[in-house]
Ligand binder design. Structure first.
Ligand code: ACM
Ligand code: ZN
Length: 531
């Protein structure tokens, strides 16, 4: 634990804050300071010009107002303001940016509008420790582009519900770190949070559990003796609210990827529609944790009808091409004894129950493709034969991702060993809130290379990126979410943006100090120690 050294470094950084050096998190690829040592003044209230007629660049200029105190100004010519936002940076990578600070002022140029946004974030982080209305910026050319096109973070809003206002703050936090995918886990055994207009009871009833187990349950068979709290957990997102989030995220160049977890993790839905389970129920929205044996019945034709209804509305709300369909932890024991499931296997000439899950995934993929969408599934979707176009999210280690890449399927790496930020971040449990267990310290996340050595260069092209996952069985409030997320998200951000040979943990922890000062200024809760 390095709390004292962190504090000391914070004090040193405050005394040295006069010197802007552009060494933010994630660290840009290249920072070339001008040898002259000259500086340009950035003054609050100065104009920031954006190209006429470009709504996204106008919005970027508004972010420059919010983050840097500048005054947006539509300009036909770029040299008409002290700070200019421009497009046209030559790069294959749409997220690339270049910041030039020199005699003519400050230019933030992007390969596309998203690149300009990331450049503004870098400038914001560069000056975050500076006080006063006039800031001195050394002449420099700063360039960066992210290593991966998919830079994600998952938040589980099913186990605990987080209000829409917090989801916006959460997206602000992702944007600060250059994340561009928000994987929104909306349904699980313990709560259904996605409004389906044609099935109104699903969210109304499925989003509520009257109480929740206190502490960890040891196993599903022991929950009868468990102690429960008296606090109902409830809440769901209306379609209007989710559309608002899609827009809010898009302005920050973040795509919202919703997840409906199927065919397992469905008990909240089964509690409303028990006929969709193999046993017929009754079921209750689960007030405890773990893997439930109760999953959707694969042999009941109503099951696919239900899935299509839900996913149809999901696609109406979320424009993302990628739609997460879960697929994890779906026990097949009920399928083995269910007459409907067994009849379905006979009809399809299947000899293993895992092929029944593949059958569902393939049907779902067909349905999504009629809407121009593509499924992502947890790595269990490889079992029983993967569908044609599914993206694999490798969570039980790297092997699922390796197998998928070799099958020429795209992969997102999120192994528990490096990416599960519901795990403890410090060895000493007494000084952290109760968690699900495990141990993923800051240094472990930082050490991740999402591209396994075993893959050939050709296979490596299938690794789209990485993400960290925050499950919330034991995460009870927005500030608790932030404590689990920060600063581990900062480490993930360097995994996502930097080339592996440029990463250096010691250097990262020095650059973390001003970022944590910014967390403090913004009122974000974070874990101030790290290992
Ligand atoms: C998972 O953590 N069950 C995907
Ligand atoms: Zn069945």
């Amino acid at each position: 634990m390095k709390r004292l050294t962190t504090l000391l470094a914070a004090m040193l950084s405050l005394t040295a804050m006069a010197e802007v050096n552009y060494q933010v998190v994630p660290l840009p690829q290249s920072i070339v300071l001008d040898k002259s040592g000259n500086k340009t003044q950035l003054v609050k209230g100065q104009a920031v010009a954006y190209p006429a007629g470009n709504a996204l660049m106008k919005r970027n200029a508004e972010f420059a107002r919010e983050f840097l105190g500048l005054q947006p100004k539509e300009a036909a010519k770029k040299e008409t303001a002290p700070v200019v936002l421009t497009l046209g940076l030559q790069s294959q990578n749409p997220d690339a940016y270049k910041i030039t600070v020199g005699k003519k002022g400050i230019e933030i140029q992007g390969a596309s509008e998203s690149g300009v946004f990331y450049g503004i974030q870098t400038l914001r982080k560069s000056v975050a420790g500076e006080a006063g209305d006039t800031l001195s910026l050394p002449w420099a050319v700063v360039t960066a582009e992210p290593r991966f096109q998919y830079r994600g973070t998952m938040l589980d809003c099913a186990r605990h519900f987080f209000p829409i206002e917090y989801i916006k703050t959460h997206i602000d936090i992702l944007a600060l770190h250059g994340i561009n995918k928000f994987h929104w886990h909306l349904t699980d055994d313990q709560g259904w949070r996605f409004e389906v207009k044609s099935l109104p009871e699903l969210a109304q009833k499925g989003s509520r559990r009257p109480h929740t187990i206190i502490g960890s349950n040891v196993g599903l068979h022991e929950t009868d003796n468990a102690i429960y709290d008296d606090t109902p957990e409830e809440g769901y997102y209306t379609q209007d609210q989710m559309r608002e989030i899609v827009t809010y995220a898009a302005e920050r160049y973040i795509t919202v990827i919703p997840e409906i977890d199927l065919p397992g993790h469905m008990v909240a839905a089964l509690s409303v529609y028990p006929e969709l389970g193999c046993t017929g129920g009754p079921y209750e929205v689960l007030p405890y944790w773990g893997i439930s044996p109760d999953v959707l019945c694969a042999g009941n034709p109503k099951t696919l009808e239900f899935i299509k209804t839900v996913l149809g509305e999901l696609c109406d709300v979320f424009p993302s091409k990628l739609i997460h369909i879960g697929g994890d932890e779906s026990p097949r024991d009920n399928w083995k004894v269910c007459p409907k499931c067994q009849a379905k296997m006979k009809e399809l000439k299947l000899d293993k129950e895992e092929q029944l899950q593949s059958y569902i995934t393939k049907e779902v993929e067909k349905f999504l493709s009629t809407k121009g969408r593509q499924p992502i599934g947890w790595d269990e979707i490889l079992e029983g034969g993967i569908s044609d176009n599914a993206v694999v999210m490798s969570w039980r280690g790297f092997n699922g991702g390796i197998e998928a890449a070799r099958l020429h399927h795209h992969v997102i790496m999120a192994p528990t060993s490096h990416c599960y930020i519901d795990y403890y971040q410090l060895r000493n449990h007494d000084i952290q809130p109760h968690s699900i267990g495990g141990y993923v310290p800051l240094s472990k996340i930082y050490s991740l290379d999402p591209v396994p050595q075993e893959l050939t260069p050709e296979e490596s092209q299938y690794i789209m990126g990485a993400q960290c996952n925050l499950w919330t069985e034991y995460v009870l409030s927005p500030s608790h979410v932030q404590y689990m997320l920060l600063p581990r998200l900062a480490a993930m951000s360097e995994v996502q943006w930097m080339q592996p040979q440029d990463k250096n943990f010691e250097d990262f922890t020095r650059r973390l100090v001003p970022l944590e000062n910014l967390y403090h200024q913004l009122g974000y809760k974070y874990c101030s120690a790290y290992e």
